[in-house]
Design a protein around this ligand. Sequence first.
Ligand SMILES: [Zn+2]
Length: 176
Amino acid sequence: MTHVVITHMHGDHIGGLMTDGAPTFANAAYITGQVEFDAWAARDDERFESNVRPLAEKMRFIGDQDAVTSGVTGMAAFGHTPGHMGYMLESDGQQLMLVGDLANHYVWSLAHPDWEVRFDMDKAGAAAARRKVLGMLAADGVPFVGYHMPFPGVGYVETRGEGFHYVPHSYQLLMG
Ligand SMILES: [Zn+2]
């Protein structure tokens, strides 16, 4: 593992960073959003203190549109957490976006991006980020990977009605 890139600091996304009190990926570069780190550092969060703060000196902090490494760009999608980041991957002229927990349900989060979600810490911010990112993915035809999307976990966004619609990647291949 050469790079560990963190979308946000909910417990299920940072749980694997440390093993028995030591970094799981001892030689990796760690990259995460500055806003996200600062927000959790100012809280009193047990999981952050045990799994993220010990790695702070190894971390590089980025903002919106900053490069993680060649072909990987951070994109602010704040709301689910205060500094939640998405990451755009580019290779050979093709793009794929990692959206983290931007959209937690493949039907409802896309069809109703403005609906409030219990897990979103800033509900209005998260809704605005969903509209912005999903709108961009739909307009540009860029596939995305979300942690909570069904098999195969990668798909496209189409506009539908007032919201959006998830099209799994497998269907795309079948249609040729
Ligand atoms: Zn989350």
